[in-house]
Design a protein around this ligand. Structure first.
Ligand code: SAH
Length: 213
């Protein structure tokens, strides 16, 4: 499956839709315009790739809705060269968007099957996170900390405390918090143990679970 002009046209339409829904960051919109989302989905869903919807990716997980990816990435305020930790690699789409912006991406997945699949797939389409990790994102990845930004792409029923210490001063943690429905929360680290907290309303994610499988 290749990337065609038809797919590029559909992506441009999706970008217009995201602008209408309030996404402003040009680097985020450019990334969405460039990443071939149809390649991240099982072939049965390819026709849906450029609709603003979440879709199954196997192992009971989903590729996030483009609006959610754009919204979280905008909140992260990513600059080229920033070191970003993603919790929940899944299909690798969010990681590809971060790579496209020029971030140094570290990404953790707890399901071995998805970790294996995405570790092979992303480099095959020329997206190269610095490291893909098979592990439990609740504990972060201290080996490469501190990070400019940490993005959690699964719903956390409680605040993943360990991630705070892995953030630089001035860094940002974007995390959906809640059980059934999640509030999108942005933590801006002002100083050690000092955060500005902002709430950005309701979203729905698959749950952030503990331990690897
Ligand atoms: N960022 C992904 C979204 C995938 S859905 C994408 O763009 O496709 C959320 C992902 O988080 C799932 O793949 C799920 O297996 C993973 N996940 C859930 N709990 C986790 C944990 N504790 N550590 C790491 N990954 C986790």
């Amino acid at each position: 499956m290749l990337d065609s002009y038809k797919h590029k046209g559909l992506r441009n339409k999706l970008v217009e839709e995201l602008i209408n829904k309030g996404i402003k960051d040009l680097s985020v919109l450019d990334a969405i315009a460039n990443v071939p989302r149809h390649l991240f989905m099982d072939s049965g869903f390819i026709d849906h790739a450029y609709q603003d919807k979440a879709f199954p990716i196997g192992s009971g997980q989903t590729i996030s809705q483009p609006f959610t990816v754009a919204f979280q990435t905008e909140l992260l305020n990513v600059k080229k060269g920033d070191k970003i930790l993603e919790i929940g690699t899944g299909s690798g789409y969010q990681a590809a968007v971060l790579c496209e912006i020029g971030a140094k991406v570290f990404t953790i997945e707890r399901i071995k099957e998805l970790y294996r699949k995405t570790s092979v797939f992303l480099p095959s389409i020329n997206y190269r996170p610095k490291k893909m990790i098979y592990g439990d994102g609740n504990i972060g990845y201290v080996e490469e900390s501190p990070y400019d930004g940490i993005i959690v792409t699964a719903g956390a029923s409680e605040i993943p405390e360990k991630l705070f210490t892995q953030l630089k001063i001035g860094g940002r943690l974007v995390v959906p918090i809640g059980s059934e429905v999640q509030k999108m929360v942005l933590y801006l680290k002002k100083a050690e143990n000092e955060y500005e907290i902002k709430d950005f309303g309701d979203f729905q994610f698959v749950p952030l679970l503990k331990n690897k499988i």
